[in-house]
Design a protein around this ligand. Structure first.
Ligand code: NAP
Length: 678
């Protein structure tokens, strides 16, 4: 069978020198691979000239909608992927992380994109900044999609999740993708991409696939392109040093080796819930996906006094692990992804043995169920224990990407922090403690070295996603060795594919570009009361100026007794005057908000459906009995929610009889569309 690449809208069969990839379980051929003859320059051009414009013509909301429908399409067909996944050595549970987890990232980005990004082709980032005395020249930041191609290079361990967790934010950003899965497990990634293309949901040119090497692709990259790499530190260094990457300042994001630590607090000795949770978690991290997880616990950092107890408890649990063919009854841990990978891990265990003794697991002597041990890439879980971690050469530097962990003793908490940080930057560290002082010391001592710090205790254990859960909305990526501090999760992952540009100009011009009314831009007189207009009839800047109303002492008294808010600043002249903020008794802020509504509301049933809340409320000047107030209400933004209604953001300013600003806020209402009968 030939594994094909998908280039310039065509499936291309491998030619020339073919490399065979095989099942991790029994060595059976799974396909032949080659990219000889692929035209990489044409692929990059196809992405830029066909995929990019098609994606950039869509809004964030439209792209989010495609991601959701793609997720549904894949979910209905995922069984085909599961069947292929077993051959990578993955158990059903491992495949669930890879396949359901991968599809889950599509849904997660779809829903965040829909909720948190505008139905626009650009994104305003941050607040307006005044750049002149009178406010007629202002600044604003905008994010727009890069006009190049995103090259995704993935590791072998999670062929589906790895591909989709990069695809989703890039697609949502509006940038076309050339994805290159690791060759060792490329048959599963190829099947996934086939489904994605067959769905017919993706715009032409938005996704291409390279099965095999990347040829001369890097020669054709420009300043508008991004390389997003997951794999070993050595490959990352090599690729990042490519002259074109350096010369053209091509964005390069790396997620790579990580010597993740999990720390058992000094309070969490045998018999505590945290001790049991810890042992369970270390064992889970060692055996899930046969330890080939970028976030797996490599160093179990424990109080010296409890090191033997942890070793014994882990030994007992690991003895129950059944290694073998993931499709065979009773097997709890499958094979590594390839024999080359297994040999690499075995070599690394030999290095670790110079620092630590083996507590359990012998790579030369173990049982394999339902498979021929010599034909597959099997290895038992191997637990080591180190006695002198500061004299060790390898445990903090060598990442065995398999079912291997080392118990590392610490003498006090400062020692634990330094040992955890000795990994020189990791994706994740976890802490098992119920002691607030321990948690505090670890936060300030260790957070800067780790992309994620997970605190696990009896209160959150049931719902915690654990040490290594690759949640799409959380940080993925980490400082130092783990890649250099890039945060990949959530909407930050989208922003890696957008260019941030400072815009400068008048409030009217920037408001027009930002699709919002900005203070200082002209007001538009309202033809009728704005509450009588449907959301699609409102014009940004449309403004209502209300009549004035006097705020009396009786009003304040009435409001205080009616609501029960008899705070002294409203009730006691002497005490209020002694307060640095007030001249004497003043009106309640909430009374002013209520009076403001009373001034601007148009009461009859109409397009305004509901008051949805207030944002950015500030009380700026106290209102004393006898003061007069009035309101300016301006349409600031409109945002459709569905075919029937949407959100209107109103800029509200309450001023006093001297035109001084008393309070300012954004009012949010839900308003109907005209077609919906408004
Ligand atoms: P690797 O050898 O660095 O390979 C990673 C990817 O780079 C593969 O797709 C590989 O393709 C490709 N590649 C290798 N040389 C290349 C070149 N010259 N030009 C372009 N692409 C090239 O890493 P691995 O050994 O497969 O993966 C295991 C490592 O990944 C572990 O060290 C682990 O820590 C790390 N990892 C990190 C994360 C994370 O998020 N931080 C996640 C998973 C894994 P081929 O397969 O075709 O060689």
């Amino acid at each position: 069978m030939k594994l094909m690449s998908y280039a310039c809208g065509e499936w291309v069969a491998p030619t020339g020198r073919l490399t065979q990839v095989v099942s991790a379980v029994d060595g059976a051929p799974m396909g032949n691979v080659s990219t000889d003859g692929l035209n990489f320059a044409a692929m990059a051009q196809h992405a830029r000239e066909v995929g990019g414009p098609a994606l950039r013509a869509l809004t964030f909301t439209q792209r989010a909608d495609i991601l959701k429908r793609l997720g549904q399409y894949l979910m209905e067909r995922k069984d085909q992927l599961y069947a292929l996944s077993y051959k990578t050595g993955a158990t059903k549970g491992d495949s669930w992380i890879d396949i359901d987890g991968g599809i889950g990232t599509l849904f997660a980005y779809a829903s965040r994109g829909k909720r948190e990004l505008p139905n626009e082709r650009h994104l305003i980032d941050g607040e307006v900044e005044g750049l002149s005395k009178t406010g007629s020249f202002i600044g604003l930041h905008v994010l727009t999609p890069l006009q190049g191609v995103a090259v995704h290079i993935n590791a072998f361990n999670f062929p589906c999740w790895g591909l989709l967790e990069k695809f989703a934010p890039t697609f949502l950003a509006g940038v076309p993708i050339i994805t290159k899965p690791a060759t060792a497990t490329a048959w599963l990634a190829e099947a996934l991409v086939r489904m994605m293309i067959e769905s017919g949901l993706l715009p032409a040119g938005s996704l291409q696939l390279i099965v095999g090497s990347t040829g001369d692709l890097f020669e054709h990259l420009t300043c508008q392109d991004v390389v997003s790499f997951t794999g070993s530190i050595d490959t990352s260094i090599k690729l990042q040093a490519h002259p074109v990457i350096l010369r053209n300042a091509v964005r390069f994001i790396a997620e790579r080796d990580s010597l993740n630590a999990s720390i058992l607090g000094p309070d969490a000795g045998p018999g505590t819930p945290e001790f049991d949770l810890y042992v369970k978690e270390v064992m889970r991290e060692m055996t899930t996906k046969a330890g080939q997880k970028c976030t797996a616990i490599r160093r179990a950092i424990v109080p010296r006094a409890h090191a033997d107890a942890v070793a014994e408890a882990l030994k007992a649990r690991l003895a129950k692990v059944v290694v073998g063919n993931p499709e065979a009854e009773g097997v709890t841990m499958g094979a590594l992804a390839s024999q080359a990978q297994r040999d690499d891990v075995r070599a690394k265990i030999e290095l670790l043995k110079q620092d630590a003794r083996v507590v359990c697991g012998d790579p030369d002597n173990f049982e394999v169920v339902g498979a021929d041990k010599t034909a597959g890439a099997f290895l038992p879980p191997v637990l080591l224990q180190c006695d002198d971690p500061w004299a060790a050469r390898y445990i903090h530097d060598v990442e065995p990407f398999g079912p291997v962990a080392t118990i590392v003793p610490y003498d006090n908490l400062a020692d634990a922090v330094r040992l955890a940080n000795r990994g020189e930057g990791s994706l994740v560290a976890s802490v098992f403690t119920y002691d607030p002082a321990v948690a505090d010391e670890l936060l300030f001592g260790a957070a800067a070295f780790h992309g994620r710090l997970v605190f696990i205790d009896r209160d959150c254990a049931k719902e915690s996603t654990g040490h290594g859960s690759p949640l799409p909305h959380m940080i993925h990526g980490g400082p130092g060795r783990a890649g250099g501090g890039e945060e990949m999760g959530g909407l930050r992952g989208v922003k890696h594919y957008l260019q941030r540009t400072a815009l400068q100009g008048s409030p009217a011009r920037l408001g027009q570009l930002a699709r919002t009314w900005i203070k200082g831009a002209p007001e538009v007189p309202a033809p009728v009361h704005p509450f009588r207009q449907a959301i699609d009839e409102l014009v940004l800047g449309e403004t209502l100026h209300t009549a004035e109303r006097v705020v009396t002492l009786e009003d304040i008294e009435h409001f205080a007794h009616f609501t029960g808010d008899t705070f002294y600043a409203h009730m006691d002249e002497e005490a209020a005057a002694a307060n640095p903020f007030f001249p004497g008794r003043v009106a309640h802020g909430y009374l002013l908000l209520s009076f403001a509504a009373g001034l601007f509301v148009e009461p009859a049933p109409g397009p305004v459906l509901a008051n949805y809340g207030l944002d950015n409320l500030r009380f700026l000047k106290p209102v004393s009995p006898g003061d007069r107030i009035k309101v300016r209400l301006t349409v600031k933004q409109t945002k459709p929610r569905n075919a029937d209604y949407g959100e209107v953001r109103w800029d509200v300013a309450i001023t006093n009889h001297d035109d001084e600003l008393v309070a300012t806020y954004d009012l949010l209402t839900m308003n109907a569309f005209k077609a919906a009968g408004a």
